[in-house]
Design a protein around this ligand. Structure first.
Ligand code: F6P
Length: 198
């Protein structure tokens, strides 16, 4: 029986500063998570010699998070632009407080309708759901896969497998440093969570 392992990248320098978007490196804690990930996967019951494919976004923080899994377990790795974080357009690199101050009308519009709000020059959750369609199609016909991606993307993929309406995805809780194992069953998807102790 196959599973999909889903994780956000480890904590990044931007996460520490509360900035959104960008292409920052992992923080020291983020690198620790990357180091623990192979062990966390084994703990979650990853079959010993079943092949596992690793998908990341094209951004540094997901590739850095995948590093030890690829090194230690020697699996195949693929980068997808479709797994990049929701494009925050003119707000990229800002903190939420800075957005509220510099672009109050955008901040309010997003607060009013987070699912449909599209950052100027960027994307909405609705846009993300559409660009994830090929990913979902590929996932539906794949064996064991580990996906290391970003907060908004994890939310949308998780909502899909949990059969939660996509309009709810912007509010789903997906903490850092937590590996999720999704196992599709006849009655629905079984979810297990493994939190790294860091
Ligand atoms: O803060 C991390 C982050 O991944 C940002 O890069 C991204 O804009 C944000 O989370 C998405 O979360 P929300 O839709 O709740 O702002």
């Amino acid at each position: 029986p196959r599973s999909i392992w889903l994780s956000r990248h480890g904590e990044s320098e931007y996460n520490l500063e509360g900035k959104i978007g960008g292409d920052a490196n992992l923080s020291p804690r983020g690198f620790q998570y990357a180091k623990m990930l192979p062990e966390l996967l084994r703990k979650s019951g990853l079959p010993k010699d079943a092949p596992l494919t690793i998908w990341t976004s094209t951004l540094k923080r997901t590739n850095q998070t995948a590093h030890h899994v690829v090194e230690e377990l020697g699996w195949e790795k693929l980068q997808w632009k479709a797994l990049d974080e929701l494009d925050s357009g003119n707000c990229d690199g800002l903190t939420y407080a800075q957005i509220a101050e510099m672009h109050p009308e955008d901040f309010k519009a997003r607060d009013d309708d987070k699912y449909n709000y599209r950052y100027r020059g960027g994307e909405s959750y609705r846009d993300v759901v559409i660009r994830l369609e090929p990913i979902i199609m590929e996932l539906e016909r794949s064996e064991n896969i580990l996906i290391i991606t970003h907060q908004a993307i994890v939310r949308c993929i998780f909502a899909y497998f949990m059969q939660v309406d996509q309009s709810q995805s912007p509010w789903m809780e997906v903490p850092l440093h937590t590996l999720m194992k999704l196992s599709p069953k006849a009655y629905g998807t079984q979810v297990e969570k493994y939190k790294a102790n860091i």
